[in-house]
Design a binder for this molecule. Structure first.
Ligand code: MTE
Length: 299
C-alpha cells in the first residue's frame, strides 16, 4: 500500500499522535497495512494504537532490569552509534553491515501491528521498519540454510541487568527461514515516525507480530544463517514453558496461566481484557507456514 516514509524525520517533524491519528483519518482507515489489515473487523475499536508513552514506558528489556519501567530508566546508557550488524553463516556476502549502510538500502514503511506478550498483555504499535527478507537478501541466503539466529548487543557496563544471571546473556532468538522471509516479519527502526527509542530496541529490532513478544529480539548485532534450529534465550531458561515457535495461540495455555485472553495496555489502570486471537489475528497470512504441524507439540 501507499504511504511509505523514510525514517529520517526528526522529533520536530512528526508526532504528536494527535497529528498522526488525524492523518490516518484523512487516509481513510488504517493505512500502510499491506497484508495485515487490522481495521474493518469487530476488533477495530480495540485496535486503536497505544500512545507513545505506553509503548516507550512499559517494556521488557531484561538487559536493563526486570521491572517494566527499568528499560525507560536505564537503557539510555547503551551506545548505539556506531552500530553494525554482523551477518554470517550460510550467506553469500558475510560481513559487518553498518547500520547507516543498511538504512540506505532498505525501504522503510509503516506497519501497525498488534503486539502480544507471552505474559498476556498486549498493545498496538505503529512501527516503522523494513522487511527482514530484504536484509537477508542483501547478504544473500545460501541454499541449505533453514534457520535464522539473532543476537542482542551485550555490554555489562552499559546494561546493568546483565550483571545478574536472569538469562544466559547475550539474549538470543531464532526463526525458521520461511518465517523470517515472511513479509510480515520486519526489522523495526522507528515508532510513530521517530527513531526507535533505546528501551524498545534501538537502533533495530525484530518484530514478528504473530508470535509472542519475546521472539521480537531487541538491539540486534548479529544474524546467522544456519541449517540447525538455533538456541533461544527463553527456551534455554525454561523449555517446558517457552517453545521455539511461540506462535500466539489462545488454545495452548502457558503452564502457569491462560493464554485465552489478554490485557490491552491503555488508559492507565484501565487495561481492557480482550480475547486472544490465533496467530495474534494474522492467521490468514501465516497459518500456511504451519500446515500439518501439531501446534501443541511445536508450541
Ligand atoms: N529482547 C532483548 N534483547 N531482551 C529482552 O528482555 N524482551 C522480549 C522482547 N525482546 C526482550 C527482548 C519481550 S518478553 C517482549 S514482550 C518484548 O521484547 C517487549 O518489547 P517492547 O518493550 O518494545 O514492548
Amino acid at each position: 500500500m501507499a504511504f511509505r516514509w523514510k525514517n529520517d524525520l526528526t522529533d520536530r517533524d512528526v508526532t504528536d499522535e494527535a497529528v498522526w491519528l488525524n492523518r490516518r483519518q484523512i487516509m481513510g482507515g488504517f493505512a500502510g497495512l499491506g497484508l495485515a489489515g487490522i481495521a474493518g473487523s469487530a476488533h477495530a475499536a480495540t485496535d486503536e494504537p497505544n500512545s507513545w508513552e505506553e509503548i516507550t514506558r512499559y517494556n521488557n528489556f531484561y538487559e536493563f532490569g526486570t521491572g517494566k519501567d527499568d528499560p525507560a530508566k536505564y537503557a539510555d546508557a547503551m551506545t548505539i552509534d556506531p552500530w553494525s550488524v554482523r551477518i554470517d553463516g550460510m550467506v553469500d556476502r558475510p560481513g559487518d553491515y553498518a547500520f547507516d549502510d543498511i538504512m540506505a538500502k532498505m525501504t522503510v514503511e509503516e506497519r501497525i501491528y498488534r503486539f502480544r506478550c507471552v505474559e498476556a498483555w498486549s498493545m498496538v504499535i505503529p512501527w516503522n521498519g523494513f522487511e527482514l527478507a530484504d536484509l537477508l537478501n542483501l547478504a544473500g541466503v545460501k541454499s541449505g540454510a533453514k534457520y535464522v539466529a539473532f543476537e542482542t548487543y551485550l555490554n555489562k557496563d552499559e546494561m546493568r541487568g546483565t550483571r545478574f544471571p536472569v538469562l544466559d546473556w547475550p539474549y538470543v532468538e531464532g526463526l525458521r527461514l520461511d518465517e523470517a522471509m515472511h513479509p510480515l516479519a520486519i526489522m523495526a527502526t522507528g515508532i510513530y515516525g521517530r527513531d526507535i527509542p533505546k528501551q524498545n530496541g534501538a537502533p533495530l529490532r525484530l518484530v514478528v507480530p504473530w508470535k509472542y513478544g519475546f521472539k521480537s529480539i531487541k538491539s540486534v548485532v548479529r544474524i546467522t544463517l544456519t541449517d540447525r534450529e538455533p538456541p533461544t534465550s527463553w527456551n534455554k531458561a525454561n523449555a517446558r514453558e517457552y517453545g521455539f515457535y511461540s506462535n500466539v495461540n489462545p488454545e495452548v495455555d502457558h503452564p502457569r496461566w491462560s493464554q485465552a485472553s489478554e490485557r490491552r495496555i491503555g488508559g492507565g489502570l484501565f487495561a481492557k481484557n480482550i480475547p486472544t486471537r490465533m496467530f495474534n489475528g494474522y492467521a490468514d497470512d501465516v497459518a500456511g507456514l504451519y500446515d500439518g504441524m501439531d501446534l501443541r507439540k511445536f508450541f
